[in-house]
Design a protein around this ligand. Structure first.
Ligand code: GAP
Length: 456
């Protein structure tokens, strides 16, 4: 199997309309990316699969879509205004800014965990090991300074009437502040969950690993509210569910691992990541945290509104604990692309690039390919019929071999070729992306076959 590199993924994504560099015609805008026609479909399918698994199929989980701009007091309560920062150093020679923890991780090849170090200890490590600037190779650092990661903006129509507000750095707070709204309107009983998919923004230094870490990204977060004493059991359950979701998407078990956090936030009881073996090495894909009753207690304190839950059975009153499961949609997209990417040498010596997605994730479930242009009317009729059921692409340009390759490259699981037998008996050939085997089916049979395969 060919090595999957970030360069290959970036090139494929750009060439095939999956992901383009942001603001490209203006020379780009550091580490922002735009999803193209194929990419937006794949990402929507990833989000749909997650929502189906964690909201639709859950007995007791509910969705929200909260505002990105929230009352600034939210971020005081959550602790983001005071402690959501990265330790950064500037190279005095080339004037680039770097995260001290990332420098140490890269220098020690992951052997040293900077999460366990103070700023003084990080500075000492960088001095002692003579860690050079990765941009210019010099060794001339400023001391470490901490920068808050939240993007600020201001609200108000005149300069005198400005209020500082923030672009949310996580979606989670929208779930916490709506705890009682959701509980009351759904009449949910603890334990229950609130989920959300939405944009988050962080003003962080991005080391350039494509969509792995960006300043604007989407999170898929699920908060499970439960009674103290049951939290350990639910923490274990969410670890298992989070891993099962990835395995069901088609990830190989040997490309995933749990990593327990060595250093816990003062309020947390347990925390771990699931890491994926990305092209640049093992890195966080998602997090699962036992956050105790910290979030709701803080919001109760800062808002002055009681967020206590009253148990309808025994009338006990308590602030629920929270098990948080959080995964970046873009980071999962990168993992899905890396996992699916393959270069296969065919019997005739040709190499085909192929994305072996789960069919539920593929942008188009089928491609309609008339063998010759004069079969276009029949092919377009079949296309019209299929696209009322799922997303289908039509392609009549170039040789049939080239058209198969184009579909393989974007991961279309089935190609339906309309040929002269179609005129005779109404059947088409259905080619499987992975095995390249072909069978003849009527369009109705093809619909049933494909609908069965794309179920997640
Ligand atoms: N509410 C908890 C929270 O936000 P986090 O570990 O900071 O925790 C959760 O983020 C997930 O969001 C990460 O595991 C990752 O998948 C994604 N994520 C975080 N920062 C990101 C960034 N700058 N770019 C892309 N994805 C990011």
């Amino acid at each position: 199997m060919a090595e999957v590199t970030m360069e290959k993924l970036v090139a494929l994504c750009k060439a095939r309309g999956i992901i383009f560099p942001g603001s490209e015609i203006y020379g780009g805008m550091g580490n922002t990316w735009d999803y193209g026609p194929v990419g937006v479909e794949i990402k929507n399918n990833i989000k749909r699969a997650w929502w189906k698994r964690f909201v639709q199929e859950s007995e007791n989980s509910f969705g929200v879509d909260a505002a990105i701009l929230m009352n600034s007091r939210v971020w005081e309560a959550s602790g983001h205004t005071t402690s959501f920062s990265d330790p950064k150093m500037d190279c005095k020679k080339c004037k680039t800014r770097h995260r001290a923890d990332t420098l140490i991780e890269a220098h020690s090849k992951g052997a040293v965990n900077p999460d366990l170090m103070t700023n003084d200890e990080m500075e000492a490590y960088i001095q002692e090991h003579h860690v050079n600037c990765p941009n210019c190779g010099n060794f001339d650092w400023t001391p470490i300074r901490t920068f808050n990661l939240m993007f600020e903006t201001s609200r108000g129509v005149t300069d005198e009437n400005q209020n500082r507000i923030y672009l949310r750095p996580e979606t989670a707070q929208g779930e916490f502040v709506n705890f009682l709204n959701v509980q009351r309107t759904t009449r949910a009983k603890v334990p229950f969950g609130i989920a959300q998919i939405g944009k988050a923004f962080r003003n962080e230094i991005t080391p350039g690993n494509f969509i792995f870490r960006t300043i604007e990204f989407e999170q898929m977060e699920h908060q499970w509210f439960c009674k103290e004493g049951t939290d350990g059991e639910y923490y274990a359950e969410f670890k298992e569910k989070a891993m099962r979701f990835l395995l069901d998407l088609g990830f190989k078990a040997e490309h995933l691992r749990f990593r327990d956090h060595d250093k816990l936030a003062h309020y947390a009881r347990a925390a771990c990541d699931i890491q994926y073996l990305y092209p640049m090495g093992w890195s966080e894909l998602n997090g699962i945290h036992n956050r105790t009753d910290y979030d709701l207690s803080r919001h109760q304190e800062y808002s002055g509104k009681t967020l206590t839950y009253v148990d309808p059975i025994d009338n006990s009153r308590y602030i629920p604990y929270v098990i948080e499961y959080s995964i970046g949609a873009d980071r999962l997209m990168l993992a899905v692309l890396a996992e699916a990417y393959d270069e296969e040498t065919l019997e005739n010596g040709e190499v085909r690039n192929v994305l072996h997605f789960h069919p539920a994730i593929a942008a188009y479930k089928a491609a309609i390919l008339p063998l010759q242009k004069n079969l276009a009317p029949q092919a377009k009729e079949i296309w019209a019929k299929l696209r009322t059921r799922f997303s289908v692409i039509y392609d009549e340009a170039g040789s049939i071999g080239k058209r198969y390759r184009r579909q393989d490259e974007i991961g279309t699981p089935f190609s339906l070729t309309v040929d002269f037998d179609t005129l005779e008996n109404g059947t088409v050939t259905l080619r499987d992306r992975d095995t390249m085997q072909q069978v003849r089916l009527t369009p109705d049979e093809a619909i049933s076959f494909i609908e069965e395969k794309i179920r997640f």
